[in-house]
Ligand binder design. Structure first.
Ligand code: KIV
Ligand code: ZN
Length: 511
């Protein structure tokens, strides 16, 4: 058994199956680049046969990413596997992940296939996939509720047919750690050719046990864990990458293995995924929650000041938390800004991007004289690296919010470069601002989500707003950050409208 634990990230596939979390091609690319920087071994970029949008996204990731294996999911049929094979073809290293359900309830009620037919289909699928790549993974969907004898039989056959990784998903999050570990141990012992493959697990979090089940499986011999940033995923989500990685890193004595992950990229990855999907991270979430390293009790604070390890088992900086350091101010120049970005691991790919980001930094520095690393990270994750095709832009704004008066917003908007003034009232200033924008743009889009987050502490903190809009089956997330949360809200709404205007379709690959 090797001591390397392979990290298979499925944020861009299973993570994207969270209702409302689907992503555009460009958003997927940004996340994939961050995963590559983190040294994720395998990136499941999507489900190529789900739609043209998903195919294009997997292909774009396969073209751009050089240091991680790029994988596409495919059902066990010829068409899905052909689309997956074509989508991953530009990758330096490409994998096809094919699956079929193996539990009695799924075979009988969903597939309407006999166990013999399921085995036959699975074996054929491996053969089709091997025409495109040697790196083929097989998943027995709902393995967590499948019969062990049947799992042993199908796994032996797909390994003989050429599968290199065998994945055991607890699709509905039904298992508990001891039981799941026993399943993995039994499979490794009983499948005669089990030594020819890497054993993998994929756990869902319906009972809050996804990480515990994954780690129990690692102790039983699994050497690949499928997981997502922030535990994003179908229903209650998947095992969270940051928790799995930090558990094995911190307790190597228990797990007897480690990953290749550069953990200092974990917090930026979490912020990026949260910003793009609009799914906030709960403050007490392990590793990446805002309170994960905050000591409130006096006794704890005293202990940490005397000797950090009295109450801390990990160092905040090792997972990418940056000290609340005053970094730059309004007099800082472009070079200082560029080198701070480099220190934070933020890659700017062109002078145009740098200029755009620097202009945004100056705008912020005019309003907020203390700029922290977190402000810069927010600035850069809120589409700061992308020079957007801004069809709609907020030029200026005035809001009225006074006791006894009807709240109102007066906006000057640039639409396709032409400025116009518009006014509206509303139930509050944010509502008034959105109504004023709609008066001008008349998008008819439906507002699905509005959320506000403070980026740093203090009343001069920037508010980061996410607005999710839906129109004709397309869903977009817009982000805006500003020290004035009403302005941040208007910017977020316009950012979402710009995405709808630019036709940045969100692909929604539900299986
Ligand atoms: O949860 C699941 O079973 C899956 C498979 C497709 C691996 O996501
Ligand atoms: Zn899943």
């Amino acid at each position: 058994m090797t001591d390397q634990l392979i990290i298979f990230d499925t944020t861009l596939r299973d993570g994207e199956q969270s209702p409302g979390a689907s992503m555009t091609r460009d958003e997927k690319l940004r996340i994939a680049r961050q995963l590559e920087r983190m040294k994720v071994d395998v990136i499941e970029a999507g489900f190529a046969a789900a739609s043209n949008g998903d195919f294009e996204a997997v292909r774009a990731v396969a073209e751009a990413i050089k240091d991680s294996t790029i994988c596409s999911l495919a059902r066990a049929n010829e068409n899905d596997i052909r689309r997956a094979g074509e989508a991953i073809s530009p990758a330096n290293s490409g994998r096809i992940h094919t699956f079929i359900a193996t539990s009695p309830i799924h075979m009988e009620k969903k597939l309407r296939m006999s166990p013999d037919q399921v085995v036959e289909q699975a074996v054929k699928a491996i053969g089709w996939a091997r025409q495109y790549t040697d790196d083929v993974e097989f998943s027995a969907e709902d393995a967590g509720r499948s019969e062990i004898d049947f799992l042993c039989r199908i796994f032996e056959e797909v390994i003989n047919a050429g599968a290199r990784t065998i994945n055991v998903p607890d699709t509905v999050g039904y298992n508990v750690p001891e039981q799941f570990a026993a399943t993995i141990r039994t499979l490794i012992e009983r499948v005669p050719n089990s030594d020819k493959v890497v054993w993998s697990v994929h756990c869902h979090n319906d009972l809050g046990l996804a990480v515990a089940n994954s780690l129990a499986a690692v102790r039983a011999g699994a050497r690949q864990v499928e997981c997502t940033i922030n535990g994003l995923g179908e229903r209650a989500g998947n095992a969270s990458l940051e928790e799995v990685v930090m558990a094995v890193r911190t307790r190597r004595d228990v797990f007897q293995c480690d990953t290749r992950i550069d953990t200092t990229h974990i917090v930026p990855a979490s912020k990026l995924v949260s910003g793009i999907t609009g799914f906030p991270v709960q403050p007490n979430k392990a590793i990446v929650g805002a309170n994960a390293f905050a000591h409130e009790s006096g006794i704890h604070q005293d202990g940490v000041l005397k000797h950090r390890e009295t109450y801390e088992i990990m160092r905040a900086e090792d997972v990418g938390w940056v000290a609340n350091k005053l970094v730059l101010g309004k007099h800082s120049g472009r070079n200082a800004f560029r080198s701070r970005l480099q220190e934070l691991g933020i890659v700017v790919e062109s002078e145009e991007q740098l200029n755009h980001a620097f202009a945004r930094f100056k705008e912020l520095a005019d309003k907020k004289h203390e700029i922290f690393d977190e402000d810069i990270q927010a600035l850069m994750s809120d589409d700061g690296l992308i020079v957007p095709p801004e069809h709609y832009r907020l030029v200026s704004s005035a809001f009225l919010s006074e006791t006894g008066e009807v709240p109102s917003a007066k906006l000057t908007l640039a639409v396709g470069g032409k400025e116009s003034r518009v006014e509206s009232t509303g139930s509050g200033p944010v509502d008034a601002a959105f109504k004023a924008i709609e008066k001008t743009v008349q998008s008819g889009a439906e507002l699905l989500l509005y959320s506000v987050n403070a980026i740093t502490t203090g009343t001069d903190a920037q508010g980061e707003v996410t607005v999710r809009l839906s129109k004709e089956g397309r869903v977009v997330n817009g982000q805006g950050a500003d020290t004035d949360i009403i302005v941040a809200s208007a910017k977020a709404y316009l950012n979402a409208l710009n995405k709808l205007h630019a036709n940045q379709e969100r692909v929604n690959p539900q299986i």
